[in-house]
Write a protein that binds this ligand. Structure first.
Ligand SMILES: NC(=O)c1ccc[n+]([C@@H]2O[C@H](COP(=O)([O-])OP(=O)(O)OC[C@H]3O[C@@H](n4cnc5c(N)ncnc54)[C@H](O)[C@@H]3O)[C@@H](O)[C@H]2O)c1
Length: 352
């Protein structure tokens, strides 16, 4: 991986820096020597990686503000003098999107529209990576999705991200096609797991929360997901940004999957049983009857062929290794600073 030298001293703007993936991205960037400005709302939940790892301390500036506020966003991106931008800020939970579809569309669509408009108007931004999701694919068929497959979202979250993809395409074709100085890409990653995720309605945080309650409800035990350690897509975003920042590779303004190998696409039940064995716990699980009003995809697998071929990214950690790293993270933060545990795992990941 050629990450180290390139990032040293680079000015980078990250939205969603107070979130799970955003915190890991900021820690990674700061480890590589980048000057990071973060822009997002404050963490939504009391327990969160951003505060635990004191991510604010390693940033050049942390701005607590809304991506729906165009004027503020514009001013802060301009002031940051950043040349590289990662847009992660979003309402990212499928079930929450059923509870509040308006907030989800507003944040994900309007927020991304504001970002694209800022990039168009701030010429200092040379490289932009817009984070969408693996759930943008039209999942009628049980297949391995590649970037050119048809898009289509059923639930409000997926649909809001499909809207972002279409809007992105329109902006690229309309405003950036002949602009070799500004390169943009969207990235679609699988189900991201790792130490420091405390979000509701996500399997591994739910397992840890279930430990104290001795009871866990598995929503959809047979659902198969492209699980991957958070360092996998985050390293993919960094490699991609580095590649497209180099003027030689102009044609890479596109969409990219960052999915795990197919062997890591396992069921919810598989993950649950792994933790049950490793944590030696006796959780009671109860399958909830499929709620037809709030369907979630049952099988979702992503092809990572394109990223492997064109930017030489490939998954490094197997699913079991990734699960071990989560167990390790949760054990180590009992006696070490979470920021140091994250950095240790980044170093190990880079050496893998
Ligand atoms: N975690 C996953 O499995 C996964 C998988 C695929 C894609 N993604 C995408 O990755 C990105 C990050 O996801 P995450 O898991 O870290 O989520 P998260 O909920 O931990 O973080 C979301 C971030 O967005 C910010 N945010 C939300 N609304 C905002 C607003 N109106 N203005 C400014 N900031 C706002 C939050 O403050 C937070 O910093 C999202 O775009 C998500 O859709 C996540």
């Amino acid at each position: 991986m050629e990450l180290t030298k390139f990032w040293k001293g680079k000015k980078v703007f990250v939205t969603g820096h107070t979130g799970f993936k955003g915190s890991w991205l900021c820690i990674f960037l700061s480890y590589l020597g980048a000057n990071v400005t973060g822009y997002s709302l404050k963490p939504k939940f009391k327990k969160n990686l951003y505060d635990l790892a004191n991510v604010k301390k390693i940033l050049k500036k942390s701005i607590i503000a809304d991506v729906r506020d165009y004027n503020k966003l514009f001013k802060e991106i301009k002031n940051s003098k950043a040349s590289i931008l990662f847009h992660l800020a979003a309402q990212p939970l499928v079930r929450q999107s059923y509870n509040d579809p308006k907030e989800t569309f507003d944040t994900n669509f309007t927020g991304s529209l504001n970002i694209l408009e800022c990039i168009k108007n701030i010429k200092n931004i040379k490289t932009s990576v817009i984070i969408t999701t693996d759930k943008v694919y039209d999942i009628k068929k049980n297949k391995i999705f590649k970037e050119t497959d048809q898009l289509g979202g059923y639930d409000p979250y997926s649909s809001s991200k499909v809207c972002v993809e279409f809007m992105f395409e329109s902006y690229v074709k309309s405003f950036f096609k002949n602009n070799a100085n500004q390169i943009l890409a969207t990235v679609r990653a699988g189900n991201v797991i790792g130490g420091g995720d405390y979000s509701p309605d996500r399997l591994i945080p739910d397992i840890y929360r279930g430990l104290s309650k001795k009871k866990l409800y598995l929503r959809n035990p047979l659902a198969v997901r492209p699980w991957q350690h958070v360092l996998e897509p985050v390293s993919g975003y960094l490699i991609l940004a580095e590649k497209i920042h180099t003027p030689k590779i102009k044609k890479l303004k596109q969409n990219w999957n960052f999915g795990p190998n197919i062997s890591s696409c396992k069921s919810v039940k598989y993950i649950f049983n792994y933790f049950r064995k490793e944590l030696k716990i006796n959780l009671i699980t109860k399958k909830i009857e499929k709620n037809i009003k709030k369907p979630e995809t049952s099988i979702l697998r992503l092809s990572n062929f394109k990223a492997r071929k064109f930017i030489k990214w490939k998954p490094k950690w197997s699913l079991n290794k990734s699960l071990d790293k989560i167990l390790e993270w949760n054990k180590k933060i009992k006696y070490k600073k979470p920021l140091d545990v994250c950095k240790e795992q980044i170093v190990e990941f880079l050496r893998s």
